[in-house]
Ligand binder design. Structure first.
Ligand code: DGT
Ligand code: MG
Ligand code: MG
Ligand code: MG
Ligand code: MG
Length: 286
């Protein structure tokens, strides 16, 4: 669709869950006593629970690599085994064809993930079944819709991380089994989980690593605007006045973006401050 923000989200395939085929293998295993079920990636490489820093760094570095390769990506946000990549509404890459965008992002991301694996897991060389990712593209008509989407992913990160941190504290530090821990957390609110962490395990959730609490945002680094120094650009009326850029200007901007450094940080992307201080993310200039 023209003149809309495009988000391509990739997600690790079967990092922990079993799919139908795996369940069939488990059944065959029970019948024939022959183990055909491939272990899930997180189990096979013994990812730390609930957050494995090496695995998250690997996701971030794969994201950095493809953003460096594709200057059309304005910003990326990653949590767990997923990464969202945002294309500006004026983007014309691959004539905005969804299948081209999704398949390119998914295959490049997977290629970099596998390529960079050895530098993050030098002790554990990859063997089949190899990691793979699925992908989808969604269009968002306005900046507000896009920011709601990004906020939704970050809220999801926070909710899951608070739950997982408490759950694994109960299991790993409290000696409960997973069923007991699940039961202990059923129906609890955020303040209850904070309380369990603090009173039972002396853990202050606020002091947990920012990467785990906030996820990771990847973007091109230019000079920050003073806090509150610039108001977010007001959107022009989408229908009456679609944003059109001249081809040469677009190419110039693309080159400039290609030269900029991609950084990964763990910041609040829900509040205005992040976007106000980095107006280039939403304006697409440069
Ligand atoms: P899918 O995406 O439907 O093919 O299946 P999964 O198993 O990839 O499920 P998904 O994407 O909903 O959830 C991601 C899973 O990945 C989650 O259940 C836990 C796992 N995971 C992600 N990051 C970490 C980590 O840092 N450490 C560990 N131990 N597990 C992680
Ligand atoms: Mg999935
Ligand atoms: Mg997954
Ligand atoms: Mg996932
Ligand atoms: Mg070809």
């Amino acid at each position: 669709m023209p003149n809309t923000w495009i988000v391509v989200r990739i997600d690790g395939r079967g990092f922990t869950k079993y799919d139908f085929l795996d369940l069939l293998c488990i059944l065959l295993h029970i019948i024939f006593c022959e183990d055909l079920t491939p272990p899930r990636l997180c189990t096979k490489y013994d990812f730390a629970k609930p957050n494995d820093k090496k695995a998250l760094d690997l996701m971030n570095n794969a994201a950095k690599a493809i953003m460096t390769e594709l200057p059309d990506i304005a910003v990326g946000y990653g949590v767990s085994d997923e990464y969202s990549f945002v294309f500006h509404k004026t983007c014309t890459l691959f004539d905005r064809r969804a299948s081209k965008l999704v398949s390119t992002i998914v295959s490049s991301f997977t290629a970099y993930y596998v390529h960079l694996w050895t530098s993050h897991f030098p002790e554990d060389p990859l063997t089949p079944p190899l990691p793979s990712f699925d992908g989808r593209a969604v269009c968002y008509p306005s900046v507000q819709n896009l920011r709601d989407y990004m906020s939704w992913r970050q809220v999801d990160c926070h909710i899951n991380n608070l739950f997982n941190t408490t759950f694994w504290a109960l299991v790993q530090l409290g000696g409960q089994d997973t069923k007991e821990a699940e039961k202990a957390l059923a129906g609890t609110f955020a303040k209850d989980k904070n309380e369990i962490l603090f009173s039972q395990f002396g853990i202050n959730y606020n002091n947990e690593p920012e990467m785990f609490k906030k996820g990771s945002v990847a973007y091109r680094d230019y000079e920050l605007v003073e806090p509150g120094g610039q108001n977010l650009e007001k959107e022009v009326d989408d229908i009456a006045e679609p944003v059109v850029q001249s081809k040469t200007q677009a190419e110039k901007d693309r080159k400039k973006r290609g030269k900029a450094m991609v950084v990964v940080e763990h910041l609040d992307i829900i509040k205005d401050d992040f976007w106000e201080r980095r107006p280039w993310l939403l304006s697409g200039k440069p």
